[in-house]
Ligand binder design. Structure first.
Ligand code: ADP
Ligand code: GLC
Length: 489
């Protein structure tokens, strides 16, 4: 155990597994909270008390000192309360309970007050630190939802002694979502007239306010979730309009690859799977595949490779490359395919059309299903991630551990976590393609299927992948080192 002082880390996240989840941010916030707390840091997680959270199951109880609180955002006034829960592993979570804002059918909405929901959340979380008499060393905000925290610390909370020493880190998980709202809603930001010059003036002149940009401007440090993506977001191609602000903060920007919570994602003890396996004993994986094919009603041919995908069906994920590539490969090669996800109607329609075109060989489950996601990792031979951009990506790292060979595009964290298999050396962990087009994906699928047909290569590829270690125990040290640099600086 370290002899350095214990850090007080205020972690702000719009989703935290296992309470709430739409994607990887939830996994990362939950796992980071768990590991930091196991390292004996005083980490406290703040997250909205969405109505979908089962408060009883997570043992949430009211914090007596934090009931019937009042907070105004612009002209809207809200009453809220705070619940405390303990996350698996012991990290305390504070749930900001404001039904007027968080009792909605989904975590994120297209509602006109979406920005109000998260400006409110950010302010309420900082206010709670003060009411709890707690003085964080680090305020770690994540994505646009909480990116106003650094500016709020310099303005609304500038006179607050408990927050005066806090240094700030903004982690960009997904630069494609910036939370932009109209400058006509300026009052909702809550800054006094004399502080409004701190807002990004060109954006204001153009009629918009961009929360993520304000995090980039005012956080003491910024990171994204892989070293390659940290470089990519400074380019015109992948900066999504924020590249100039990011380049200007170049010295404060870094990339830290996400980790994997192997307590949740390991085939040796996965609680969702009836059979467990390891690199030394792969027979149960074959049995899982047979059970899975039967469960999905697919043809029971265990020598035919099974490819899978688990994904938000968003433009980021490169689903449109499959429109052409996947039917072509399914028409010419032995292959079965299972997809799990929901999102853009065009992508859902495409996947929904496949089972009729390839009877007994394709299954599509529209929706979100944690158990099925684990089965796909456990039972498939291949996992597809043809992303247009991918800040980190978690499923390719899960896949490696499950002996499910990732077929990925060389971008962001996919480039940093999957090495192309080299037949000559027997090195590498997956199949990697460069160009964002359908022929490149088709090439990658065919390459993977060729390798599958050569048992010695396939066995080597699986073993290489299963030996990878992306555990959070290791990755969290990079965050701790960054927090320490910030608090010393
Ligand atoms: P992103 O955060 O961009 O969605 P990641 O790869 O970082 O991508 O993380 C996605 C996480 O969400 C993974 O844990 C994945 O298993 C999970 N996930 C995505 N879609 C679904 C779904 N439809 N059902 C179950 N889990 C899903
Ligand atoms: C995002 C990114 C994904 C990343 C996740 C967690 O939503 O799209 O690549 O793994 O956040 O950091």
């Amino acid at each position: 155990m370290s002899t350095l002082p214990r850090l007080r880390i205020c972690l702000l996240a719009s989703e935290v597994a296992p309470l709430s989840k739409t994607g990887g941010l939830a996994d990362v916030a939950g796992a980071l909270g768990k590991v930091l707390s196991a390292e004996a840091h005083d980490v406290r997680l703040f997250t909205p008390a969405y109505s979908s959270i089962d408060l009883r199951a997570c043992g949430a109880r009211p914090v007596p000192a934090l009931q019937k609180l009042q907070l105004s955002v612009g002209t809207h006034s809200f009453t809220y309360a705070v619940l405390a829960a303990e996350l698996p592993g012991g990290a305390p979570a504070y749930l900001i309970d404001c039904p007027a804002l968080f009792a909605r059918p989904t975590l994120y909405t297209q509602d006109a007050d979406e920005h109000v929901r998260f400006l409110f959340f950010t302010r309420a979380a900082l206010e709670c630190c003060v009411r709890l008499g707690w003085s964080p060393t680090i305020v770690h905000c994540n994505d646009w939802h909480t990116a106003f925290a650094p500016l709020y610390l310099r303005t609304l909370f500038a006179a607050e002694p408990l927050l005066a020493g806090a240094r700030t880190l903004l982690t960009i998980h997904n630069i494609g979502y910036q939370g932009i709202f109209s400058a006509a809603q300026l009052a909702d930001v809550g800054l006094a007239a004399g502080e409004r010059h701190l807002l990004h003036q060109s954006d204001l002149a153009a009629g918009r306010i961009n929360p993520l940009r304000h995090g980039i401007l005012y956080a003491d440090a910024i990171n994204t979730v892989s070293p390659t993506h940290a470089r990519e977001i400074c380019t015109d191609e992948l900066g999504m309009g924020l590249q100039d602000s990011l380049r200007a903060r170049g010295g404060a920007l870094s990339g830290i690859l996400n980790g994997v919570d192997y307590a949740e994602w390991d085939p040796r003890h996965d609680r969702h799977l009836p059979e467990h396996f390891s690199a030394a004993d792969l027979a149960p994986k074959a049995r899982l595949k047979a059970q899975f094919l039967a469960r999905l009603g697919l043809e029971p041919q265990d020598d035919v490779p099974l490819a899978g995908i688990v994904s938000r069906l968003a433009a980021q994920k490169g689903i449109e490359l499959m429109f052409q590539a996947l039917p072509r490969v399914l028409s010419t090669r032995p292959l079965s395919f299972v997809a799990l996800g929901s999102g853009e109607p065009a992508y859902e329609t495409f996947f929904a059309s496949l089972p009729a075109r390839f009877p007994g060989r394709v299954h599509f489950k529209r929706g979100y299903d944690d158990e099925l996601a684990h089965w796909i990792e456990g039972a498939c031979d291949l996992f597809l991630m043809p992303s247009r951009y991918e800040p980190c990506g978690l499923n390719q790292m899960y896949s490696l551990r499950y002996g499910t060979v990732p077929v990925v595009r060389r971008t962001g964290g996919l480039a940093d976590s999957v090495q192309p298999y080299d037949r000559g050396r027997g090195s590498g962990t997956g199949v990697v393609f460069n160009d964002f087009d359908a022929p490149a994906l088709e090439w990658a699928l065919n390459t993977a299927l060729d390798l599958y047909a050569e048992p010695a290569h396939w066995a080597r590829l699986l073993q290489n992948g299963m030996a990878q270690d992306f555990s959070w125990q290791h990755q969290a040290l990079e965050y701790v080192a960054l927090y320490r640099r910030l608090s010393a600086g």
